[in-house]
Design a protein around this ligand. Sequence first.
Ligand SMILES: C[S@@+](CC[C@H](N)C(=O)[O-])C[C@H]1O[C@@H](n2cnc3c(N)ncnc32)[C@H](O)[C@@H]1O
Length: 207
Amino acid sequence: MGFYSDTIVPRLVTCACGTKPILKQREKVVPQAQGKVLEIGMGAGHNLPYYDAKRVDAVVGIDPCATSWSLAQNRASQLGVPLEFVQGSAEDMPLPSESFDTVLMTFSLCTIPDGHSALQEIRRVLKPEGRLVFCEHGEAPDESVARWQARINPMWRRLLGGCNLNRPIVNWISKAGFGIQALDQMYLPGTPRVAGFNVWGSAQREC
Ligand SMILES: C[S@@+](CC[C@H](N)C(=O)[O-])C[C@H]1O[C@@H](n2cnc3c(N)ncnc32)[C@H](O)[C@@H]1O
């Protein structure tokens, strides 16, 4: 791995994840979490201040990166509900099936190496009536933007810890056996369009 990926990348990503437009996106989705919550790729815990402690019983955060978890400590101490950190990968979670009311995933599906397996795992750990709440950046609907995303992606991925600009997020979620219940999309203001196309909403397991 090395100093750049272990120390510099988590800090770079933490800065990028704390910009104003991204915090506004968190405000829209995180309060929807309820009951027992699993957060995928919790990173430096930018979502923690947005949980509604009246609706949430407990939060489990999973992330392979221990450096991010150390950056999350301040926010973690203010959460007000039990929080557990699991160091691990979303593609193979050491968590029981059908045990979460909400899985929250923000700006993580771009980075998880095998996003399809991660979505299958999310499906497994969600209770039948549970909900996946998501907010992700991904493939833009405008051809010219999408072309630039494809051009830049190899370099972007190398520099930013495996983050991909152009994953078709909604398509992947649907293909994994989820029915989309709510969906919004926009280019984030003040963000380059190649990195700023956001989709957010919620989905439920289909039988
Ligand atoms: C761009 S950061 C987003 C962090 C956080 N979700 C947020 O909204 O601020 C992507 C996160 O995905 C995590 N990640 C990378 N590979 C992963 C995997 N296989 N399973 C779970 N998380 C992973 C990274 O360590 C990083 O914390």
